[in-house]
Design a protein around this ligand. Structure first.
Ligand code: BGC
Ligand code: BGC
Length: 565
């Protein structure tokens, strides 16, 4: 009898403990799970959730466990060695296992800049940068590109992309012009919806979807003089008319996260801007995901680091991309709470927002990489979609009669300019490395290779400096900006450099017809080449699939691209 009672008692205890663990029950609602989990968390665990460290700055992998880190990121070029999709997956799983070894087993959310494909990963497909996608005006294609990116990201375990950038660049001197889809709010709206549905799908819970991040809130593209991280000096009316519409659509589309901008609005930094982050974004627009700060963005607030933390968290930042001084960050944030300088209500709100996205992503059920997706990284199927994007992004700026299309027979074509055979120049910044790189940095098809697929090889010569053009009929001259990202891309003068003008002139003077292909992250001043060119084609920063350019050059498809600026 006694034994039976004990058994019933134990069974009862078991049921109670199960019921108590609501947060582990996938059948409970996200709200129930969040509430249950947060009620179990210590201050230390909560503060950990709000901390995002850069993987390269981890003092030891155990710090993920010991400091209850909620998130990690790979900054531009922060890759495992060797840089293969599989080693990314291994790296991710190893970090995730640290998080899973904590008391409450709260998984990490791992973020990365997959801003034109999974661009840090070698041999992933690289799409045109957003300026080119804006030129397509094709939301279905923008969505497809984001879907493919999501699959390639998910294949490496990663849960979250810092994309789309829905900046509305108003001054093309800005080095990040190419990260925006174009200079109008309408383009930001169209692309925000398409890209967010592409990344996040109908449900974050699916194995092939990842969380998106609309960035950089707000006014990043409106700074005076196009200065990166500068000051956007405009009225509230103009801020709302030009820089806000994309965010309204992003929220409607259910974007999981928003990144604060390094820039200021009329002198006040966004990272400490209560009115814009909390009153406008969270309260007025009803954004219920979480706000992540930009890379060491809070450090730029006035005052010491502890004050930066207080200002940014109280303004509404939920997760801080530290990325290096995470121990200091955690220590100070705990102190601030104990000193009542940051309220526990604010902490709970931030943590609930973060946990909500983690539950929605299905991370508690599937924390580790789904390796069945690995063989899709850089697959032909994915490359074909990128090729379509390239094809539709092409804008013909100038064309005299009978220059295009190129002929597949009876025409000798000279490809000129180092950009004609250089994957790095095709891809631009945020490709393998933060600032991008030159040459064979990743797998892809250069324009030279693409042209050769359309005509007999004996009809094609490559002449980097335009030497020896005898015996050719037409020159295809590639003029390419050197890769750049962020502030390093700032340019006072957007005129085509003299050395490039010389190449066009040389070909013209050799008696050839001349077709200029421009690889650029922004509109350029092309006046100096117009007298020597018979056609000028804007190809933006097309990425790895130059077959899409050849499709237009050889007339297999009609050009449809429209200027995004
Ligand atoms: C950029 C962000 C990016 C972050 C992480 C920052 O410098 O402004 O766009 O998401 O770095 O790499
Ligand atoms: C990182 C980038 C980051 C930048 C900010 C770089 O070292 O790789 O991701 O955006 O620093 O300055």
């Amino acid at each position: 009898m006694k034994f039976v009672t004990l058994k019933i008692f134990l069974f009862f205890l078991f049921i109670v403990s199960l019921k108590a663990q609501i947060y582990l029950d996938p059948n409970a609602t996200v709200e129930e799970r969040v509430d249950d989990l947060i009620s179990r968390m210590t201050l230390e665990e909560k503060v950990g959730q709000m901390t995002q460290a850069g993987r390269s700055f981890l003092n030891s992998e155990n710090d993920i466990r010991d400091y209850f880190l909620g998130s990690l990121l790979s900054g531009g070029g922060s890759s495992p060695n060797p840089n293969t999709a599989e080693s990314w997956a291994n790296m991710y799983d190893s970090y995730q296992n640290q998080a899973l070894s904590t008391r409450l087993k709260i998984p990490l959310i791992y973020g990365i800049d997959a801003v034109h494909g999974h661009n840090n990963v070698k041999d992933a497909v690289i799409f045109p940068h957003n300026i080119g996608l804006g030129a397509t005006r094709n939301p279905d294609l923008i969505r497809n590109a984001a879907e493919v990116t999501a699959v390639e990201v998910a294949a490496t375990g990663i849960d979250w992309t810092f994309a789309p950038c829905i900046a509305v660049p108003r001054d093309e001197k800005w080095g990040r012009t190419y990260e925006g889809f174009g200079e109008t709010p309408e383009l930001a709206e169209l692309a925000a919806v398409a890209a967010i549905y592409g990344y996040q799908g109908d449900s974050l819970n699916e194995q092939k979807t990842i969380a998106a991040c609309a960035k950089h809130f707000i006014g990043d593209g409106g700074t005076t003089g196009g200065i990166d991280q500068g000051n956007t000096e405009i009225s509230e009316e103009e801020l709302r008319a030009i820089h806000l519409p994309g965010y309204l659509k992003a929220i409607e589309a259910g974007v999981g996260t928003v990144m604060a901008s390094y820039s200021s609005w009329n002198g006040q930094k966004l990272h400490g801007h209560y009115y814009l982050l909390t009153t406008l974004l969270k309260e007025e627009l009803g954004f219920d995901g979480f706000i992540v700060s930009d890379w060491a963005g809070i450090d730029q607030l006035p005052g010491d680091y502890k004050n930066d933390i207080k200002e940014s968290i109280n303004a509404g930042v939920d997760m801080v991309m530290v990325p290096d001084r995470y121990v200091e960050f955690i220590t100070f944030l705990k102190e601030l709470v104990n000193e009542n300088q940051v309220s526990i209500e604010r902490i709970d709100d931030a943590v609930k927002r973060i946990l909500k996205i983690k539950f929605e992503l299905g991370l508690f059920e599937n924390p580790l990489t789904d390796r069945s997706l690995l063989n899709l990284v850089g697959s032909q199927e994915h490359r074909n979609i990128a090729r379509e994007c390239v094809r539709e992004s092409i804008v013909i700026l100038q064309k005299k009669d009978n220059v295009l299309p190129l002929r597949k027979e009876n025409q000798k074509i000279a490809l000129i300019g180092k950009g004609a055979d250089d994957i790095g120049l095709q891809c631009g910044g945020w490709t393998i490395y933060w600032q991008g790189g030159l040459g064979d940095i990743t797998e892809g098809t250069t324009l030279l290779e693409a042209v050769k697929k359309n005509t007999d090889h004996s009809n094609v010569i490559f002449s980097e400096n335009g030497e020896d053009l005898s015996d050719t009929d037409i020159a295809v001259i590639v003029i390419a900006e050197e890769p750049y990202a962020e502030f390093e891309g700032f340019k006072e003068d957007l005129t085509i450099p003299d050395s490039d003008v010389e190449l066009v002139k040389k070909a013209k003077e050799a008696g050839l017809k001349t077709v200029v292909i421009l690889y650029s992250g922004r509109p350029m001043i092309i006046n100096p080449i117009l007298q020597y060119s018979d056609a000028v084609v804007a190809a933006w920063l097309p990425g790895t699939e130059a077959d899409g350019i050849a499709d237009i050059l050889f007339g297999d498809f009609q050009p449809k691209g429209l200027l995004p600026h």
